[in-house]
Design a protein around this ligand. Structure first.
Ligand code: SF4
Ligand code: SF4
Length: 387
């Protein structure tokens, strides 16, 4: 573990605030919410890692399971009582995972995910040639010096709902006359989830490969579909020489509204789920809300936990693929859709392909299909645009 982290880990005094949102509404750490066992909270992890560093306990399968159930949602970073450690909490967990990856002491689900990423470059275990199948029939150009590179990512390339998002966003950008291109079959994973799972070697390989490719193509501006890709390209690529102007797709859509994209009335009651990697990781709470607020006829209502207090869908930190948290009534995606239904909204808006799938699955598991539907922000704009 990094010396800087080992030196501050003892400061956690187990006050337990890290489990809660700022309004104390309910438990807001997805791992603790599911297991209700102290070790699965941020403070519990800090004490376990400390005990391990002091040789009081050995690493074990259970220890690894506890570390890899953290979905890196950063609720604890917002809520922790101690300014000297709060910003470092998730970095400490990722660093501790790094040690476990190096020792080979990782849960089977994590090992399988990392193996798939190492072998085929995608957790979906699908051929690289299928990466652009979402764009079939749309006539989207390959990147060739246009103003923006539209970076799709793994879920947008292979997941059914992610592919729907990719098609809608590309169509809206095309209709608005934005100059952009895609990498298609040449695109490779952004590496964000590999990084948060602690596989630093594979992350470096993926990131360096992307940076070299973008530089060769003289890419200056990137639009990402996923907040996960947005986060790693904006905050981590610059540390290894990859400096690009990175936008989440909502940030490009907003200035186009009532300008290049004219809006009609769309009558519905809607609530918005903040993705952790756009919200808490990047402080971007308002652009998606401004988009929804621009559509005449929409009534936007907030869930009790929103913005900095939002409950994670459970898909971060690699859990979307490893499913370390598993399902059940207390899994955070199911708790989240019940919270959305309580607002009376009939649409649950998202801006991340992982949230889309996690929450859509939860609606089915809860049998709430008749009450609420998940829709991506671009899909909502698409439905409201004047044709
Ligand atoms: S809020 Fe901070 S100090 Fe308190 S238990 Fe959690 S990590 Fe430790
Ligand atoms: S990052 Fe999220 S899941 Fe991980 S310990 Fe903190 S609150 Fe819990």
């Amino acid at each position: 573990m990094e010396k800087e982290y080992a030196e501050i880990i003892h400061r956690c005094f187990r006050c337990g605030w890290c489990k809660l949102p700022t309004n104390f509404q309910d438990f807001n750490c997805p791992a603790y919410l599911k297991y209700r066992f102290e070790s699965f909270s941020s403070g519990g992890r800090m004490w376990l890692i400390r005990a391990c560093l002091n040789d009081e306990i050995d690493t074990s399968d259970r220890f690894a399971e506890i570390l890899f159930t953290c979905v890196t949602c950063k609720n604890c970073v917002e809520a922790c009582a101690l300014p000297k450690i709060k910003d470092k909490l998730v970095d400490i967990f990722i660093d501790a995972r790094k040690d476990l990856v190096e020792q080979g002491s990782i849960p089977p689900q994590v090992r399988d995910y990392l193996k798939a990423m190492g072998v085929s470059g995608t957790p979906y275990k699908r051929p690289q040639e299928e990466r652009a199948s979402w764009a079939k029939g749309l006539n989207i150009p390959y990147y060739n010096g246009q103003e923006y590179l539209l970076y799709i990512g793994d879920a947008g390339s292979y997941d059914e709902l992610g592919m729907k998002m990719s098609r809608t966003i590309a169509t809206l950008l095309k209709e608005a006359g934005i100059s952009f291109g895609i990498l298609g079959e040449q695109e490779t994973s952004d590496g964000n989830d590999v990084r948060t799972l602690g596989e630093s070697g594979l992350y470096a390989l993926l990131a360096e490969q992307n940076i070299a490719k973008f530089n060769n193509l003289k890419v200056k501006k990137i639009i990402t579909l996923s907040p996960h890709g947005y986060n790693v390209m904006k905050n981590d690529y610059p540390k290894i020489g990859g400096t690009f102007e990175v936008f989440h797709y909502t940030q490009v859509l907003l200035p186009l509204l009532n300008n290049k994209i004219l809006l009609d009335k769309l009558t519905a009651k809607i609530t918005y789920h903040d993705p952790c990697y756009l919200g808490r990781w990047n402080n971007e709470y308002w652009t998606p809300r401004r988009i929804l607020g621009s559509i005449p006829g929409l009534t936007v209502v907030e869930m009790g936990r929103h913005m900095k207090d939002a409950l994670c869908c459970g898909g971060g930190g690699g859990n979307f693929f490893t499913d370390m948290l598993g399902s059940g009534k207390d899994s955070s995606n199911r708790v989240r859709v019940r919270e959305a239904v309580d607002t009376g909204a009939e649409i649950l808006a998202v801006s991340c392909p992982l949230c889309y799938k996690m929450l859509d699955d939860a609606i089915k598991a809860e049998g709430l299909d008749e009450k609420i539907q998940v829709k991506d922000i671009a899909e909502i704009v698409y439905a409201a645009r004047k044709t």
